[in-house]
Design a protein around this ligand. Structure first.
Ligand code: MLT
Ligand code: MN
Ligand code: ZN
Length: 306
């Protein structure tokens, strides 16, 4: 399969529109060695297929489509390679790009969990609004570990697991999480037997999550923050990474430590990176630490051929 990282920033993107922190200012002015990034999503094409699955519809989707010729194969007067969309959660950075796909000629096949569908019908009624345009053909993602297939994207077998993370602020269960607010996803290409694990919002790695990571050829996981108190230290928020459902990379029990326990051949890629994270600075000490740990920092346009 072929996985294109369309957007590798967390909510807000990099640089964030209203931010003048060292990194946002530096990438804007070109004084920092860093690449700008759009908000979090990937595109997965099964082996030999032009059509693929868009995982997360980022508010930056139009920019991502323009930057990625594979998404517009131009086979007919109106065309797209996006055959279906799957959402990892109902947050703004992952779901509001659905508005931008409204010109579709038929209902959009949309896979998400029931709690996410509820949040996108009530707290942030994107799906109700879309009914006035193309409409969606909603499919429920099973949370009991059952594998499922998507008829519009043959060649993939998927498996979701509920994650400990956070629902969107407009969700009635923001502070009382329910299974399915956020998921991790194992993506298997049935032709090649290759597997990827994707979890852009991952607050805690329990044994089931670690097991799914360990069975995958590549893991694309939460790279939001370097330290748990990153936003507090910069005076930008009162919340820790943990408070908003993300596991920081550094420190005991952090993402680096966890990734170091995976089989040696596993490709490890961080995605959903917040603009405050020092790993965005390609000359930073933290970036060097990742390099020596064999961890890649995802960037927009990066292709993983598995
Ligand atoms: C998150 O995952 O916590 C989000 O990126 C928040 C947001 O989109 O504002
Ligand atoms: Mn997010
Ligand atoms: Zn910033």
């Amino acid at each position: 399969m072929r996985i294109t990282l369309l957007g590798t920033a967390a909510g807000g993107g990099f640089p964030q529109w209203n931010c003048n922190c060292r990194q946002c200012a530096g990438v804007r002015s070109g004084t920092l060695r860093a690449k700008s990034r759009t908000q979090s999503s990937i595109f997965v094409q099964p082996e030999g297929s032009t059509d693929g699955l868009l995982i997360n519809a980022s508010p930056d989707i139009l920019q991502q489509i323009r930057a990625t010729p594979a998404l517009q194969p131009a086979r007919t007067v109106r065309d797209t390679a996006i055959a279906a969309v799957l959402l990892m959660d109902g947050q703004v950075d992952h779901a509001t790009g659905l508005f931008m796909l409204r010109e579709r000629g038929s209902k959009l096949p949309l896979w998400c969990t029931d709690p996410v569908a509820e949040d996108l019908t009530q707290g942030n009624p994107v799906l109700r609004v879309l009914e006035h345009y193309c409409g969606v053909e909603r499919h429920s993602i099973p949370l009991d570990g059952r594998a499922f297939t998507i008829s519009d994207v043959p060649g993939l077998r998927l498996q979701a697991m509920p994650l400990k993370s956070k629902a969107a602020p407009y969700s009635p269960h923001r502070e009382a999480p329910v299974a399915g607010d956020n998921i991790g996803l194992t993506i298997l290409d049935t032709a090649t037997g290759r597997r990827a694990f994707y979890a852009p919002g991952l607050g805690e790695i329990d044994p089931a999550v670690f097991d799914a990571m360990g069975r995958s050829d590549a893991v694309l996981v939460d790279g939001t923050f370097w330290t748990d108190d990153e936003m507090i230290g910069l005076g930008l928020s009162r919340k820790t990474a943990h408070d908003i459902g993300h596991l920081a990379q550094s420190g005991a029990g952090g993402m680096i430590e966890c990734l170091s326990r995976l089989p040696a051949a596993t490709r490890r890629v961080l995605v959903h990176i917040n603009n405050t994270n020092p790993i965005l600075d390609e000359d930073s000490e933290q970036r060097m630490q990742l390099r020596s740990a064999g961890i890649e920092v995802g960037e927009d346009g990066m292709l993983l051929e598995l």
